[in-house]
Design a protein around this ligand. Structure first.
Ligand code: HEC
Ligand code: HEC
Length: 176
């Protein structure tokens, strides 16, 4: 093999290898961007069992600590539903949510959520935070009201990897 040919083979091998690594590492190519910093690895047994039965288990990084305290303090009146659970489980989940809240300093997404939050603001809805509204300013009213979307809180309607905690642009598909 002459040098030129060998050079080409080496370049191609390097190219293919990095292409493979790029596509095989889940989310690895975009660390630090919002969509990949939602603490996808976060696990907590009771949270996943109790808070993912009616909707997905929303990342604690999307609301401040005081919001989670408020929300967990009234599960009997939870957006028109009764989501009460036994006090021990409730306390366990509350501790987890508070420890990983937007203002816990544990994630970049949390810091971004806080940057747009008014002092003393304790929203119960992620979808009403200034952070959420701004991230979705390109989504029109007609899209939000589609049957296939139902509600802005139905993240998984558009974010196909929402259940895995992945929200990057590549995995968004708005349903018809
Ligand atoms: C019995 C069903 C049910 C259970 C269990 C439940 N939720 Fe909900 N949750 C709802 C409904 C219904 C809504 C309103 C959804 C909508 O507006 O589309 C909601 C909304 C929310 C929202 C606001 C979403 C937004 O609009 O940004 C948060 C946060 C939330 N739930 C957290 C929790 C947590 C934490 C738990 C576990 C302790 C939990 N939920 C368990 C039914 C439930
Ligand atoms: C109607 C479809 C739809 C729903 C429902 C929806 N999103 Fe989105 N989301 C989008 C679109 C479109 C974008 C903007 C992508 C862009 O900027 O090009 C986006 C952007 C984002 C981003 C920023 C991604 C990035 O890489 O910058 C995050 C994080 C996010 N959404 C989280 C959520 C969460 C959490 C929920 C549920 C509480 C949700 N979204 C519900 C369509 C949706």
């Amino acid at each position: 093999m002459n040098d030129l040919l060998r050079g080409i083979v080496v370049l191609m091998t390097v190219g293919i290898t990095s292409l493979l690594m790029f596509s095989l590492s889940p989310g690895g190519e975009a660390r630090g961007d919002d969509g990949n910093d939602m603490m996808p690895g976060l696990t907590h047994k009771a949270w996943q069992e109790e808070c993912a039965s009616c909707h997905l288990a929303y990342s604690p990084a999307l609301l401040p600590r005081a919001s989670w305290t408020r929300l967990m303090g009234d599960l009997g009146h939870h957006f028109g539903e009764n989501a009460s659970i036994d006090p021990a489980t409730e306390a366990d989940i509350r501790r987890f949510l508070e420890a990983n809240a937007a203002d816990s300093g544990r994630s970049r997404t949390g810091s971004r959520v806080m940057r747009r939050m008014q002092p003393n603001e304790t929203p119960l809805r992620i979808t009403e935070t200034a952070w959420f509204v701004r991230k979705h300013d390109e989504v029109s009213r007609t899209i939000w009201s589609r049957k296939s979307v139902k509600s802005a809180a139905n993240c998984a309607a558009c974010h196909r990897q929402a259940e895995q905690g992945v929200f990057n642009e590549r995995d968004i598909r708005i349903p018809n």
